[in-house]
Design a protein around this ligand. Structure first.
Ligand SMILES: Nc1ncnc2c1ncn2[C@@H]1O[C@H](COP(=O)(O)OP(=O)(O)OP(=O)(O)O)[C@@H](O)[C@H]1O
Length: 247
C-alpha cells in the first residue's frame, strides 16, 4: 500500500533519514520507535511531503508520489494528524469537524443542493465524533478540551479526510495516564476491517506493544529493524541502540 525505497534526507553531509525501505500493508499497524533524534518525525515529513527527499522515493499503491505536495498526497488517501494549531479553539468541537469534512469534500459538494449537502456534512462529522468517543462533547468549545480529548478531536479531523493510510505522530503526548487506555482503544479501532493502515510514532513502548503488528526501529536515521514486536524486542542490536534510554 505505502512503501519507501532508499528514502534519504541529508542536511549537508549528515543523513537525517538514511536509505529507509518500509512497506505498509492494507490493514496493518506499524509502530515506529527510536531514541530521541533518530529521525522519526523527519521520516514522517518525507512521507507526507512536508520535506523533499534528497534520494529515494515514496509510493502509494505502486504510484510514485515523491514529487507531490502534501495536499495532493492527502487527496490520494494519505492523512496525518493535524497539529493542535489547526483546531479552532473558539469554535465548537462539532463545527471543527464539519469544517474538516467540508474542506475534504470541497468541489464535489457543489453538485449537491445546499440543504442536502449540509445534512451530509453534519452526518459525516457526527460519525467521526462518534468513532473517537467525542459525540457527547460536540457542543463544547474546542479550546476547552482536555489533552486526551484534543488528541481524539485531532483523530476525528483526520477521519474527516477519509484517509486510507493514517500517520500518527506521538498521539499520546501530553495525555494523562488515566486517559491512555481509552485513546488506545480509539486508535486500535482505526484499522480493524476497513483496510486502513496506520503508521504511528510513539515513545510509550507499552502503547506500541499493545497496538502494533510490526515495529520499525530507527537509529541515526537508518532502519535498524522492522519485524514483529517479539522479534524486535529480542534483537540485541536494538537493545544496544537504546542503552541509556528507556525502551
Ligand atoms: N530542519 C532541520 N535542520 C537541521 N537539523 C534537523 C532539522 N530537522 C531535524 N533535524 C535533526 O535531525 C535529527 C532527527 O530529528 P527528528 O525530529 O526527525 O527525530 P525524532 O526521532 O523524531 O526525535 P524525537 O523522538 O526527539 O522527536 C535530529 O538530530 C534533529 O536535530
Amino acid at each position: 500500500m505505502l512503501a519507501t525505497r532508499g528514502l534519504t534526507w541529508r542536511i549537508g553531509e549528515v543523513a537525517i533519514v538514511d536509505s529507509v525501505d518500509l512497506d505498509l500493508a492494507p490493514g496493518e499497524f506499524l509502530g515506529v520507535i527510536g531514541p530521541n533524534g533518530a529521525g522519526k518525525t523527519s521520516l514522517f515529513n518525507l512521507i507526507t511531503g512536508l520535506r523533499r527527499p534528497t534520494e529515494g522515493r515514496v509510493t502509494l499503491d505502486g504510484r510514485d508520489i515523491s514529487a507531490l505536495p502534501p495536499y495532493q498526497r492527502a487527496r490520494l488517501g494519505l492523512g496525518r494528524t493535524f497539529q493542535a494549531s489547526s483546531v479552532f479553539g473558539s469554535l465548537s468541537v462539532r463545527e471543527n469537524v464539519r469544517l474538516a469534512v467540508q474542506a475534504h469534500r470541497g468541489g464535489s459538494m457543489k453538485l449537491w443542493r445546499r440543504a442536502a449537502a449540509d445534512r451530509e456534512v453534519a452526518a459525516a462529522a457526527d460519525a467521526a465524533l462518534h468513532r473517537v468517543g467525542l459525540a457527547h462533547r460536540g457542543d463544547a468549545l474546542a479550546g476547552t478540551l482536555a489533552h486526551g480529548e484534543k488528541r481524539k478531536l485531532e483523530i476525528a479531523l483526520l477521519l474527516a479526510g477519509e484517509p486510507r493510510v493514517m500517520l500518527l505522530d506521538e498521539p499520546m503526548a501530553g495525555v494523562s495516564a488515566e486517559d491512555v487506555p481509552e485513546l488506545v482503544q480509539v486508535i486500535r479501532s482505526l484499522t480493524g476491517d476497513s483496510g486502513r493502515a496506520v503508521l504511528m510514532v510513539e515513545h510509550h513502548m507499552d502503547v506500541i506493544l499493545e497496538l502494533a503488528d510490526r515495529i520499525a526501529v530507527m537509529h541515526h536515521g537508518a532502519l535498524l529493524a522492522c519485524d514483529t514486536p517479539e522479534t524486535v524486542m529480542a534483537n540485541p542490536t536494538v537493545q544496544e541502540a537504546y542503552l541509556g534510554e528507556s525502551l
